[in-house]
Design a protein around this ligand. Structure first.
Ligand code: CU
Length: 146
């Protein structure tokens, strides 16, 4: 009788739920341990819980961003005081995220529906956050420099 669970059935459900929660808590604990350990050996510019999400290519830092119904990732972490390129990929993007602005850099780019667009970003101070939006201000992304 699937529509009418017995009390034994719901007891089993609760036990299962508790086990699942314990398992999740245990996993979270392990993941946390791993993160703490690796951040000890990470380079000294990374601050607590913040790791670079960028790649280095030909001596330049590449911040990758995808534009399609918004920007992804919405938050990037980049190295400060480094010449950088914001590399924006579109793939069948026909919404207003193709109209990308970074007001503080006076950047306004119309991205192709499909393709890759490189936008130069001059070295930024540590602690500064660069914010970008679509031209209407609907979709946002940020790049934090550490
Ligand atoms: Cu928009």
């Amino acid at each position: 009788m699937p529509m009418n669970p017995t009390s034994q059935n719901s007891q089993t459900k609760i036990v299962n739920m508790v086990f699942t929660l314990l398992l999740i808590a245990g996993l979270a604990f392990l993941i946390n341990l791993t993160n703490t350990n690796s951040s000890l050996i990470a380079d000294d510019t990374s601050t607590k819980n913040e790791r670079l999400t960028t790649e280095i290519e030909d001596g330049k830092q590449i911040v990758k961003l995808t534009a399609k119904v918004g920007y992804s990732p919405t938050k990037s972490i980049a190295k400060a005081n480094t010449p950088s390129i914001l590399r924006v990929t579109t793939m069948g993007t026909f919404d207003c995220s193709t109209s990308l602005t970074i007001p503080s850099l006076r950047v306004l780019r119309n991205l192709p529906p499909t393709g890759t667009t490189d936008i130069e970003i001059p070295p930024q101070e540590a602690g500064s956050i660069l914010r970008g939006t679509c031209s209407m201000g609907m979709y946002n992304f940020s790049i934090k420099f550490i």
